[in-house]
Design a protein. Structure first.
Length: 488
């Protein structure tokens, strides 16, 4: 029941064939009010995961269960009834209301508005030295990839240079963040040397594949409870145009048509920005910003569909099973961590080693990173229950307490000693072992250590003081002048 004042703000979508109209409660923010943002202090103590809910526009496409159709008649089925942005609230017919979101991003909101609602505090924290995770979670076809990357094919067109170097209106959170960070570093980093790299990896059917290197294998370092990928291509980014190959790589992840969506993502895609900064006192600080577009949860009956042989259809089923398993493991990690925090005040032991996905996101579980999540829900009648389940998952994640602190700086000498020792160890091992998996692992480790040496060399080379640089130039000019005088 809505008050007269609230009813004046109500927007009723025109019904599509065979559906009922959707009533949207207070869908538009009053123009005088600013959307709330989640800020993170340098310590982050006591902060919980901000979870945003984004509602996909009705009839936005995608096929499969996104197509117009009858509301489900199954007992207990739910449909999205409405939402409001202030205060954040999502309501489902058949019972269910979510009031946990840090913000609700309505379907009328643009990509720029979605970015402004969630990203600026995270980008600031990343530049201050925090590790940051941004994940997109939701059922297949609900708009995760659109939110994080953009519409299908957009990053491919951008990577080919067809969209120029300015922000496209349809860019998702990753390309928009990356371009703004590069320009910000160019403007602010003149007095503080920096190196920014980008990598793109997809987790597909138990393999970690480098999207910047023809889907070659990337390995996960499990020696620490926080997993780290090594062997992935670290593409250096100095200017906005350097991001184009990364956009093209993100566009090459595994997708196919299923009964749920015409371009269903069949892998978890991680695009990572790594920033190295040489501090005034001489130490080096590294921070990482992980953008994780998680594959959508789906019913087995929705996994098949589209063209393809029986073997192709079976592969789609197995992809769906692997996706659901990894998402279940992530759910268990969140549940165990939040229960431990509630009962003992500490995270304690959490089963993060159950799959690569949980290890790559465990830095937030153990208080080493900040995290935010965008849960996407669809208005399509047949996807109502899936959207409700996604908001239930988001509510669990929103209870996870974060404890991230700014990463400590490490001395140049320490980094060089560790990297050189690693290079010697890997080269010695490669001389003794036969070609095979273990040799490839050593080669990947060697690649990581050499990358560290290269980064330190770039930072220290850029750190030449103005006086030293001027002195060298003056000396060179004097030597050149003397040589010219002698020759004459």
């Amino acid at each position: 029941v809505q008050s007269r004042a609230t009813r004046a703000q109500t927007v009723v979508h025109e019904p599509t064939p065979n559906t009922q109209p959707w009533i949207v409660m207070a869908a538009a923010l009053p123009p005088t009010e600013e959307p709330s943002r989640v800020s993170h202090s340098d310590r982050g103590k006591g902060t919980t995961v901000p979870v945003f809910v984004r509602v996909k526009p009705l009839g936005a496409g995608g096929g499969g269960t996104e197509a117009p159709g009858e509301r489900p008649s199954t007992g207990g089925a739910k449909t999205l009834a409405g939402w409001q942005e202030l205060p954040p609230r999502v309501v489902f017919d058949g019972g269910g209301e979510a009031t946990f979101p840090a913000a609700v991003i309505g379907p009328e909101r643009t990509q720029t508005e979605a970015y402004e609602r969630a990203i600026p505090p995270l980008a600031d924290a990343f530049l201050r030295g925090h590790d940051v995770n941004l994940i997109a979670y939701g059922p297949t076809g609900s708009g995760k990839t659109h939110t994080l990357f953009g519409p299908p094919g957009l990053l491919g067109a951008a990577g080919a240079g067809h969209l120029g170097l300015e922000e496209h209106d349809d860019y998702g959170m990753f390309p928009r963040t990356a371009m703004r960070l590069v320009r910000r570093l160019q403007a602010e980093g003149a007095g503080q040397p920096w190196v920014l790299t980008a990598s793109a990896v997809e987790l597909h059917m138990g393999d970690n594949l480098d999207l910047l290197d023809g889907k070659s294998t990337v390995y996960l370092d499990k020696r620490d409870k926080v997993g780290k990928l090594y062997g992935a291509t670290e593409h250096r980014v100095e200017r906005p145009e350097d991001l184009l190959p990364v956009f093209a790589a993100a566009n090459s992840r595994t997708t196919c048509a299923t009964g749920a969506h015409d371009a269903s993502s069949r892998s978890h895609c991680f695009v990572v920005l790594t920033l190295w900064r040489l501090l005034p006192e001489g130490g080096v600080r590294m921070s990482r910003f992980q953008f994780a577009d998680l594959a959508g949860s789906e019913r087995q009956s929705d996994s098949t569909g589209g063209e393809g042989s029986a073997a192709d259809q079976m592969r789609k089923v197995f992809e769906g099973l692997v996706t659901n398993f990894t998402l279940l493991m992530l759910t268990q990690v969140v549940e165990v961590a939040t229960r431990n925090q509630k009962e003992t005040g500490r995270t304690g032991h959490v089963p993060v080693r159950r799959c690569d996905l949980t290890m790559l996101l465990s830095n937030a579980v153990y208080g080493r990173a900040l995290m935010a999540c965008v849960v996407t829900v669809s208005q399509a009648p047949r996807n109502g229950t899936k959207g409700w389940l996604a908001t239930q998952w988001g509510e669990k994640l929103s209870a996870l307490r974060l404890g991230s602190r700014v990463r400590p700086a490490e001395s140049v000498a320490s980094i060089l000693a560790r990297a050189r020792s690693g290079v010697r160890e890997c080269e010695a091992a490669l001389r003794k072992i036969n070609p095979g998996k273990f040799a490839r692992i050593r080669q990947a480790l060697l690649r990581r250590h050499r990358h560290e040496l290269e980064v330190v060399e770039l930072l220290t080379a850029a750190d030449g003081s103005a006086s030293r640089g001027a002195g060298k130039r003056a000396g060179a000019e004097m030597a050149g002048g003397a040589a010219a005088d002698g020759s004459s």
